[in-house]
Design a protein around this ligand. Structure first.
Ligand code: G1P
Length: 295
């Protein structure tokens, strides 16, 4: 079986970060547990993965992050209390975020050494097969969802792939940026990747977003623990180091994207979701009207 015929069933969720951009909210709770309207950020990423065919979910956590795995665990006391009170809607919401036994794995990244290191920590769970990576800070909306768009393309292109989008030049220092070899409007192949370049030295404005499908060969580069941009072990550097044998292709994502690692993105995502959901849409529009909010 060639790698491109192999199904993608494993996904890694790097969730060990401190969430310093959201202090004090994240002093005692993981940033991934901050809600967008009614669901924590991590739940959106997990639902996206399940919809895209993932059956094994690997969380790379750290100290103080147990709420994340608890969130997807079976809670018999809570279910019983809701059931006794006849709270069927709430019971359904609780059951909807319970993962079946054996689908959830967790490993710890004991030191914050970077995204590349976080993924390396999942090496034993991943084994020798292509796998997905979802960074929950990046929130996407569309049908098919972002990971599914990647999975569909993966069967054509193989190698290492990631969702990409065109960002404003002033923002290149927030992303991994592609040096473009070929661009057909959807698929962008890269000859180099630079982690967070300054706008004046960025080779393009095509940026990597937090969804990847990686070949297991990535671990041979991550094993070397090369320290890169920001003093961290970067996934971008490992992707570049393996490019000769495993080509890298960006897949332009179609749909809505929010960087919920920033206050601006988080706020916009709440407004977007609030306007999408029938139960909150009228509430938001009539409140804005009532208050007559203007710039
Ligand atoms: C990480 C990656 C970066 C990518 C970004 C997408 O950066 O290192 O290449 O563009 O995710 O969100 P982080 O945002 O974790 O600093």
């Amino acid at each position: 079986m060639t790698s491109t015929e192999q199904k993608i069933t494993k996904a890694v969720f790097p969730v060990a970060g401190l969430g310093t951009r959201f202090l004090p909210a994240t002093k005692a709770i993981p940033k991934e547990m901050i809600p967008i309207i009614d669901k924590p950020l991590i739940q959106y990423a997990v639902e996206e993965a399940l919809e895209a065919g993932i059956t094994e979910l690997i969380f790379v956590t750290s100290k103080g992050k147990v709420a994340i795995t608890n969130h997807f665990d079976y809670m018999p006391e809570l279910e019983e209390a809701l059931s006794l009170k006849g709270k069927t809607k709430e019971l359904e919401a609780v059951r909807n975020c319970t993962l079946p036994a054996g689908q959830m794995m967790s490993t710890r990244q004991s030191k914050a050494l970077g995204l590349g290191h976080a993924i390396w920590c999942a090496k034993e769970f991943v084994g020798n097969e292509p796998f997905a990576v979802l960074l929950p800070d990046d929130l996407f909306f569309n049908t098919p969802n972002c990971l599914k768009q990647l999975v569909d393309r993966y069967f054509e292109v193989g190698g290492n792939i990631a969702a990409v989008t065109d960002v404003e030049r002033k923002d290149t220092n927030r992303y991994g940026i592609l040096k473009i070899k070929k661009d057909d409007g959807t698929l962008v192949s890269a000859s180099d990747l630079i982690e967070k370049p300054a706008p004046e030295s960025a080779p393009s404005n095509v940026a990597i977003l937090g969804r990847y499908i990686l070949s297991p060969e990535i671990f041979s580069a991550l094993d070397k623990k090369v320290v890169g941009s920001g003093g961290e072990i970067q996934l971008t550097d490992a992707l570049t180091a393996t490019m000769d044998k495993t080509p890298f292709t960006g897949v332009r994502f179609i749909g809505e994207h929010f960087d919920c690692g920033s206050m601006e993105g988080w706020l916009k995502a709440n407004i977007y979701m609030g306007l999408e959901l029938p139960e909150t849409r009228d509430l938001i529009t009539s409140y804005i009207e009532e208050k007559g909010f203007r710039k």
